[in-house]
Write a protein that binds this ligand. Sequence first.
Ligand code: ATP
Ligand code: MG
Length: 413
Amino acid sequence: MLYNQILVRFGDLTLKGKNQKEFLHRLYELVAIKMEGLPVVIENTYDRIYIYLNNCEAEEVVNRLQYVSGISSYSLVVKCSNDIQTIKTTALELMKEIALKNTTFKVETKRANKNYPLHSMEVTKAVAGYVLANHSLLHVDVHHPEIKLHIELKGNDCYLYNKEIKAMGGYPVGVAGKGLLMLSGGIDSPVAGYLAMKQGVEIECIHFESTPLTSIESAQKVVDLVKKMARYAPKNRINLHMVPFKEIHMALLEQIPESYNITIMRRMMYRIATKLAEKKNCLCLINGESVGQVASQTLQSMKTINDVTNIPVLRPLCTYDKVDIIQISRRIDCYDLSIKPFEDCCTVYVPKAPATAPKIEKCESFEKKFNFEKLVDEAVEYTNSITIEQNSDLDLSMLGLEVREVIFELKNQ
Ligand code: ATP
Ligand code: MG
C-alpha cells in the first residue's frame, strides 16, 4: 500500500482560543497512548496530528483511533515532496492502487503554501491531465466523481488522499475535568458514560451492589462494562467503586412504603454518590436517566431525587429515546453485555405502583424512620475501589466468593 501516514483532524477544537494548547496536548497524549506498542511516529502540529505508519498496518492504527475522543476525522495519506513531477507520479501510483475498474474521478488542490509557484487550479490541471493520460480506466467527472483525489500543499510537503473518514468527534477525554458515573448493569448508563467521555469528561464509576440479594454475575457484568468503557479512557483504565448497598436495600424494603421505595432508594444512591464524588475530586455525577422512561424518571421524580445533592448531575441521555440509546450501545459494543439478564438492585424488587409524582416532604418524613445517615456513611466507608484496565482479566465469579468478600481483598484506594 502506498499510504505512508494517517492525517488526524480535530474539527472545532481549533475554535477554543486559549484552551487550545491544553486541548492539543491532551489529544496528542491520548493518541500516543493508543499507539503504544506500534512502531509508528507521531508528529504534532498546531492544526493536525500526523501518524507516520513506518511499515505498520494502517488498519491497526485506524482501529485504535476510533477510541480517541476529540478527533473529528482522519485520512490515509501519501506524503511526498512538493515538486510537481513527484506529485504527478505519486498521484498516478495512488490511482493505480485504488482505481481497478472503470471509474470517474476529480482532482482537488488546496494550497496552504502561498509561495508555491503554481496556483491550485494549475496543479489540479497538471495532475489530472497526467493521470488521465497514463491510466486507461479513468474518466473525469467534476460533479459526481467516484473518487476525489485531494492534493494539499503545506510547507515543502504534499499530501495526497482520497477519503476523509469521520471519527468519534467531541473533545479529548479529561479536558473537561472528572465526573462520577452511576453505573448499573443496564443499557443506559454505559452509553451515558461514553457520551460524557466523548464530551471531554473523564469518569470514575460507582456501582451499588446488593449481593447476595443480587447475583455475583451482575457484579461481574459491571466489571465487564467498565472494561469496555476503559477503551475510551485516558490510559485505558477506569476506577470502579463498589458500594455495599445490601444493608440500605434491606432497610428500605422493611421500612418504606412500597410506592416510595424506589424514590428513596435513589435518594440514598445520590447521597452516597455525592459523598464519594467529593472524596474522589469528581465535579459532577453522571447517570443514564432519560425523561419519562420509568416512574423514577418523571420530572417530578427527578426533582425529588435530585433534592438531596448540590453537585451538578449530568444526564447525557435525558432527551434520547430508547432506539437511539440502543444504537449507541451497539456501536460501543456494550449492548450484548447490557442485556444479559442479571438483576441489579433496582430490578430485584419492583413495586407494583411506584409513585410517579413523589413529594420531597413525604420522602423526608419516611426517611426519619431509620438512621439512614449512619448507613450512608458506612456504605461510603466500606466502598471498595478497583482500577479496571481495558484488558484486565479480573473475573469475580472465577474466585467463587461472594463479591463483597472478594473486593475487600483488593487494593483499597
Ligand atoms: P440502565 O439501563 O442504565 O440500568 P435504567 O433505565 O434501567 O438504566 P434505572 O434502573 O431507573 O434506569 O436507573 C437510572 C440510572 O440510575 C441508571 O442509568 C444509572 O445511572 C443509575 N443506577 C441505577 N441502578 C444503579 C446501581 N445499581 N448502581 C449504580 N447506578 C445505578
Ligand atoms: Mg437499570
